[in-house]
Design a protein around this ligand. Structure first.
Ligand code: BDP
Length: 651
């Protein structure tokens, strides 16, 4: 009996090891774009001290660089900040993080075949390149579509005194991969929790756990930041109010800052959503945003921390005003009143991460307060993790209007969750990658970034694969705009979950600014929101030449037409078609673009992805989902709008 047991166990063991070997060979996407093949041929010279960041750089180069030798040198006098100078056999920087960034660049250039005659100097365009996680403490993620939060708070164990005891190996490894991936694209900060923040985040228990994460991230140059609930001291029972001018409240935040910095000396600071969508804020006590931000800024200042105060505020002091105007109306007159460690953080568009919006004019209206642009990587309004939509072209569009020189930082609402491949859709990883690359250097082209990501991730340089797939990626955002909301339409999403279409959406119990009918304004005369000078005058917040350009129906770029104007159904478009015909044409075009992607992927890409078959299959099946959804968007929207236009739907 015993003999059989041993035999069957041995058999089972043999089976599992075999299965493991097989599993290791087939990628599940968990290693992202990081190098997958180890060479161990490179000698790294010039390491003089035992700096943790330099050790990582050495390790990465030793394992993954094919060159024989790389010398590294730190020269603070060169004033390179986080930057570096690079050749194919040397990295010179002013800091150890500069060396690490240089090492990752070298590896990227090796993979993309760009090493010859290499001699360049790199410096990031902005200092703050931060991921914003909208993760809740219970593990759920607001607008997260790739599983649960990667911060497994339960797997960070503290002892009775609150000191760190243990972290699960799995979690540590995953956090290291996260940190490596971020460092490899130059991301240097992470806000760990949702902007709709739980007061619990400020308890000592969580702060001790945050320290554990911060310690893991530090050698990779990633600083930890936290979103705070403005009413934390009151909600946790320490004060009777959260009034920023109350001494006890101020004192509480000062002590809290001291506590945080005692264990996390390089803590980055706070991100704050106040008096917005039900969150508490200084307005609850008739105080201004500046009063609230400054109170926190004063608490963080002695330790070098910053406050990132969000301008995503509507429906409070400016009820009834066109929602896209409210941020400027609210913040313009507070400009100059903020402490110097307060930064205003604003979404790229004036509404809310739509597939296409004109840029947010707040970037032109604030002159004395430093600003951060907030981009959304998680595709809340762009098909979530079901649609292949590559976002770099959208972000590049924004940088055409808002120069990175004007910005202190670029933040990206993360699309990361605990799915094996991190982001849900295999191609959504490309958006994380693109965010980092663009935050480092907004002038890199979308093409270059797509190319880099694709060949590093799928380890295939064959142009018969890369060219068409890059083309898919590059056109995919425009396809999405076309099948969802062409010609400047916006916010006609299904209520709350923001995935499908709901052009007839109206709920009396909700603010009008949440209802699709408010945004498209379709009626028997035409469609679109009149924001021109004879409408809500949102154009008035733009400087020239944009103000006049957008104000005039004849010169308004057609991609923003229905954003700024209410246009008759039979209006002649540049193509010669009527507005209605053009609308039908755009919706149809969006659908046929997805159809082309799906067919091409299915018939012509599998052979190049033999080691990535899981990712291939997932993409293959998701493209079918995307196509069905694109058709639904087209059919639902056109049928609904037809009830006003009374015209035939062109096929
Ligand atoms: C909207 C999201 C909501 C966020 C909000 C924000 O639908 O879940 O809380 O933005 O940015 O896009 O605060």
């Amino acid at each position: 009996m015993k003999k059989y047991l041993i035999l069957s166990l041995a058999f089972a063991f043999a089976l599992t090891t075999k299965a493991q070997i097989f599993l290791q060979k087939t990628s599940d996407g968990s290693m992202l774009w990081l190098n997958k093949q180890c060479y161990n041929t490179c000698l790294v010279k010039g390491m003089t001290d035992k700096d943790a960041t330099l050790s990582i750089a050495k390790d990465e180069l030793t394992k993954y660089y094919k060159g024989k030798e790389v010398s590294i040198r730190i020269d603070p006098l060169l004033n390179l900040g986080e930057g570096y100078m690079l050749t194919d056999s040397s990295i010179i920087a002013s800091s150890s993080i500069g060396i690490l960034y240089g090492a990752y660049d070298l590896l990227r250039l090796q993979e993309t075949g760009n090493l010859s005659h290499l001699s360049k100097t790199e410096k990031p365009a902005v200092n703050l390149r931060i991921l914003n996680h909208w993760d809740n403490l219970d593990g759920s993620i607001e607008r997260g579509y790739a599983g649960k939060s990667i911060w497994k708070w339960d797997e960070i164990i503290l002892d009775k005194t609150g000191e760190f005891k243990n972290i699960s190996k799995d979690l540590r490894n995953r956090l290291i991969t996260y940190a490596r991936s971020n460092a490899s694209i130059g991301i240097n900060g992470a806000v760990l929790n949702n902007v709709n923040a739980s007061p619990q985040m400020m308890t000592s228990e969580y702060l001790h756990k945050v320290k554990v994460i911060a310690d893991i991230f530090r050698p990779y140059g990633i600083r930890v930041y936290l979103s705070i609930n403005f009413a934390s001291p009151m909600a946790l029972g320490y004060t009777k109010t959260a009034d920023p001018l109350d001494m006890k409240v101020q004192l509480w935040w000062k002590k809290k800052a001291k506590e945080i910095y005692a264990s996390i000396p390089d803590f980055g600071g706070f991100l704050v959503k106040a008096n917005s969508e039900g969150q508490p804020g200084p307005g609850d006590y008739h105080r201004s945003h500046a009063d609230g931000a400054n109170m926190l800024a004063d608490a963080l200042k002695p330790f070098g921390g910053i406050v990132m105060w969000r301008s995503f505020v509507y429906g409070a002091n400016h009820k009834g005003e066109d929602r896209v105007k409210q941020a400027v109306s609210e913040f313009k007159y507070q400009d100059g009143k903020f402490r110097d460690n307060v930064i205003l953080q604003s979404k790229n568009g004036p509404l809310d991460f739509q597939p296409r919006e004109p840029y947010a004019p707040i970037f032109d209206n604030i002159h004395q307060t430093p600003q951060i642009a907030e981009l959304q990587i998680t595709q809340e309004y762009l098909g979530q993790s079901k649609h292949l939509v590559y976002l770099a072209p959208m972000w590049k569009e924004f940088f055409r209007f808002v120069s990175p020189d004007k910005l202190k930082g670029i933040a990206g609402v993360s699309n990361i969750g605990d799915n094996a491949n991190w982001c849900g859709h295999p191609f959504s990883q490309a958006n994380w990658y693109a965010f980092g690359r663009l935050a480092w250097n907004p002038s890199i082209s979308s093409e270059e970034i797509a190319h880099e990501w694709l060949i590093q991730t799928y380890e295939c340089k064959d142009e018969r694969f890369t060219k068409p797939v890059e083309m898919m990626m590059l056109t995919s955002r425009e396809a999405c705009v076309n099948y969802m909301m062409p010609l400047g339409l916006h916010h006609i999403f299904k209520f709350d979950h923001h995935y499908g279409p709901e052009p007839d959406g109206f709920k009396a119990e909700y603010p009008l600014e949440w209802c699709p009918v408010y945004y498209h304004q379709a009626d028997s005369n035409g469609i679109g929101f009149n924001r021109s000078s004879d409408g809500t005058d949102a154009v008035g917040q733009y400087p020239e030449p944009y103000r006049s350009l957008y104000d005039n129906l004849a010169t308004c770029p057609e991609e923003y037409l229905l954003w700024f104007h209410h246009v008759p159904w039979n209006y002649r478009m540049k193509s010669g078609s009527t507005l209605w015909e053009e609308l039908c044409m755009r919706y149809n075009m969006g659908v046929s673009m997805v159809e082309t992607y799906r067919d091409y992927w299915h018939t012509s890409t599998k052979e190049y992805m033999k080691d990535h078959i899981t990712e291939w299959e997932m993409t293959d099946s998701l493209l079918n989902v995307q196509l069905a959804s694109a058709k639904e968007w087209r059919d639902v929207c056109l049928k609904y709008f037809q009830t006003f236009s009374k015209m035939n739907i062109d096929e």
